[in-house]
Each structure stands twice: as C-alpha cells, then as structure tokens.
Design a binder for this molecule. Structure first.
Ligand SMILES: *Cc1c(COP(=O)(O)O)cnc(C)c1O
Length: 398
C-alpha cells in the first residue's frame, strides 16, 4: 500500500482555490497599485476581525514583524530580551541584529514553550522584553508570562508565527501581549505565495509608531521621525492572503481531525505514552516520572489551549531512535522534519553574544527527540494510514 506522503503539499491547498487566487492577481495587475493601498488595508481589516485585535499591520515577513516590534520599543545595545532556546532562529536573531542580547530560556517538556521559572531566574536590570513563542500551534502559558512581565516591567512580544487562530483561555494568540507577530511563510497554517507577515499592536500610540517605522519612519513622506525600514507587505500577497484567510478555519478543522487520527492510531501501541498535563508545572513532574519503557511520546495539549496543529510532533525517546525513524520514514516516501535539531544557545553565531545556556536541560533533550510528521489539511486517508502504519512498524522493531 506504499504511498508518497510529503511533509507539506502547498499545491494541494492552492489548487482548489486557484480561480480565486487568479482573480485576486488579475485585480492587482489591473489596478497597477502594488504597494500599500486597499488590498493591504482590506487584509489588515480581515485579520483584525479574525483575531479580534484593533491594530494590525501587514509587514514583509514574520521575521520583520519581530524586528519591527523590537525597533518600535527602541531595544538595542545593553538591553536583554528573554526568549526560548527551542524555536526558529528568527525569534532571537532579531534581538541580536539590533545589538541587544538574547537571553535563552529553557522550555516546558509538555507544551514545548518557554519555562516561566527559568525566565524569572534570568531577569536582570537590563531585561526589557520577553518573547514567548507559541510553538507548533499551541500557546505558551500567557497568564504566567503576563504576570511575570507586569512584576518586572517587561514588554511582551508574542511570536505567533506558528499559531494563527490558536487561543489561550479563549483569547487569540498574538493579542494578549503588547505585540503579536505572525508569519505567512508558505508552510505556516495561513501561507502566502511568497514572504509575508503581520504585526499586531495593543497600544494605539505604539501602533502608530510601528506604522510609521514600517515605512522608513516617515510621516508624511520624506519627513523622518525615526530610523525605520522598508517592512511593507506586498499588495499582491495581501490579496492572496485575503482569499486564503476565508478557508483557514476549514484547513484547521482538517488538521485537527488528522491529529485525532494519529492519536487514536498510536495511543494503544506498546511503548507509547500520551501524557496529558494541566500546566507546565505538572508537565515537568510527569516528565521526571517517564520510564525507560516509553519509546514514543505523543503531543500534550494544556486545557487552556486551543491548538491549531501547525506541526504534529512526536518524541522518540531511545538514544539515536529519532534519527533512525526519520531515515526509515524517508525510505518509505514519507516526509518528516526535525524542528529543531539544535537549540539556539548552542549555535555558533550566538557564542559570546547571548546568555542563559547553562541552566537549559529540557530543550536540548527535545532537540534530540522531536520529529514532526505530515499533518497538513489535504492529507488523504490512505496517506494518513501509511504514515501510521510505518510509525507503528518502526516501533515494533525498536
Ligand atoms: C516562521 C517563523 C518565523 C519567521 O517567519 P518568516 O515569515 O519566515 O520570516 C519566526 N518565528 C517562528 C517561531 C517561526 O516559525
């Protein structure tokens, strides 16, 4: 029953809506209005409605959204910014690019998000902000983060690149902190046909500053208040994204169904653990009690979270087994990927230019155990069956 199962199939998603995408393209082509203007404004309004946030700003990428948030706060040399060490590079790269110091924080072994106790221990008089990342589509412990930020006067920038539509206690990811950043890179749940992103800003004055900063700090044109940059979202990408946003809930329902299918397929297998914790503290206790007999650990979703399944991430516990499973799945035409194979505090580019690595334990373990398998909305049942079959077969022989 061998089947080809890519990790992601962008064509399978865009194919069925290609007429709507083509007419969006025709509209922009005919208008000859390629920069800013009504396409971008329309998409900003659509996103405002979708996540229930008054101030949304279309930008050039998820990375630029983070950079722009930091620039709007004036973060630079001498400042420290807390961020998880287990995330995509951009979260910390933006901090470094501004001459500030990323301070790396360990993660919760349940939800894979920033560990509040470790973050707290790393706060100094130089700490200006904290960047929780909502990894794989599940929110970090935002109550804990907001309380910590309030007590220590920190700004909160939610890196929601992987979490559009995710919710924490009913509130949309990206709308809880001072800033929220989204990416529309094609592999995210809402993917553009190129690079694109969005910045969400809570405070109206900071929103206005960010808007000015994203066009070189100028208002009106050629009158510069700040040194900003070109962080504009293309009108064309905005037009495509406005088409795709209407389908996002439908995609998410399918991702969720795929996750439920994997869970029921794996849960009964011998050596598979499915630890469900109520919060990060409990997850740490459960983690400490996980025995040697566990070969594979399924994703854990905290009850406060509505998860949008940007990734379905397995943990393969025995030494070396994760890499063996990856090779085995690839041999059987199944795409899979390690997010992320190396923590940021261990990256060469951050040696000497960062802090916080010494207390990190869980994140390095996750980097050696995690493997994400296909979860995209357009997977066919026969493809899901093939993935489940091969993972089960591998475990059998492990
Ligand atoms: C994708 C991603 C980004 C960067 O987004 P781009 O649009 O590719 O610049 C930042 N942070 C996280 C956690 C991401 O997954």
């Amino acid at each position: 029953m061998s089947k080809k199962v890519p990790l992601l199939d962008v064509g399978a998603q865009n194919g069925p809506i290609s007429n709507a995408l083509r007419s969006a393209f025709e509209r922009v082509l005919t208008s000859s209005h390629f920069i800013l203007g009504q396409e971008v404004e329309r998409f900003e309004r659509s996103m405002s409605d979708y996540i229930d946030a008054p101030h949304t700003l279309g930008v050039s990428s998820g990375t630029d959204a983070i950079l722009l948030a930091l620039m709007t706060l004036g973060i630079g040399p001498g400042d420290e910014v807390l961020c998880p060490t287990f995330t995509f590079f951009a979260t910390a790269g933006c901090v470094s690019r501004l001459g500030a110091t990323p301070v790396f924080v360990d993660i919760c072994p349940g939800c894979f998000n920033i560990d509040i106790e470790d973050a707290k221990a790393k706060i100094t008089s130089r700490t200006k902000a904290i960047i929780p990342v909502h990894l794989f589509g599940q929110c970090a412990d935002m109550d804990g983060i907001m309380a910590l930020a309030k007590a220590h006067n920190l700004y909160v920038i939610e890196d929601a690149a992987q979490a559009i539509g995710a919710r924490y206690k009913g509130q949309s990811a990206g709308t809880i902190g001072d800033f929220g950043t989204f990416s529309f890179f094609p592999s995210k749940n809402l993917g553009a046909l190129g690079d694109a992103g969005m910045l969400v800003i809570k405070d109206p004055e900071l929103a206005e500053k960010a808007r000015v900063m994203h066009v070189h700090g100028s208002k009106p044109k050629y009158i510069h208040h700040y040194v900003g940059g070109n962080f504009r979202l293309d009108a064309l990408q905005a037009a495509f994204l406005d088409v795709k946003l209407k389908h996002l809930d439908g995609y998410e329902t399918k991702r969720s169904a795929n996750a439920a299918y994997y869970r029921q397929a794996f849960e009964g297998l011998s050596g598979v653990a499915s630890p469900q914790s109520d919060n990060c503290q409990q997850a740490a206790q459960i983690e400490a009690a996980i025995g040697k007999e566990s070969k594979m650990i399924l994703p854990s979703i905290h009850p406060s979270n509505h998860m949008i399944w940007n990734q379905f991430t397995l943990r393969i516990v025995p030494d070396g087994a994760r890499d063996a499973l990856k090779a085995y799945l690839n041999e059987h035409n199944i795409g899979c990927e390690i997010y992320y194979p190396k923590c940021l505090h261990e990256q060469t580019c951050f040696q000497g230019a960062s802090q916080g690595g010494d207390t990190i334990k869980q994140a390095t373990k996750m980097a050696s155990q995690c493997l994400s398998i296909p979860i995209y909305a357009e997977l066919e049942q026969s493809q899901l069956d093939w993935v489940a079959d091969r993972v089960a077969k591998f475990l059998d022989n492990l």
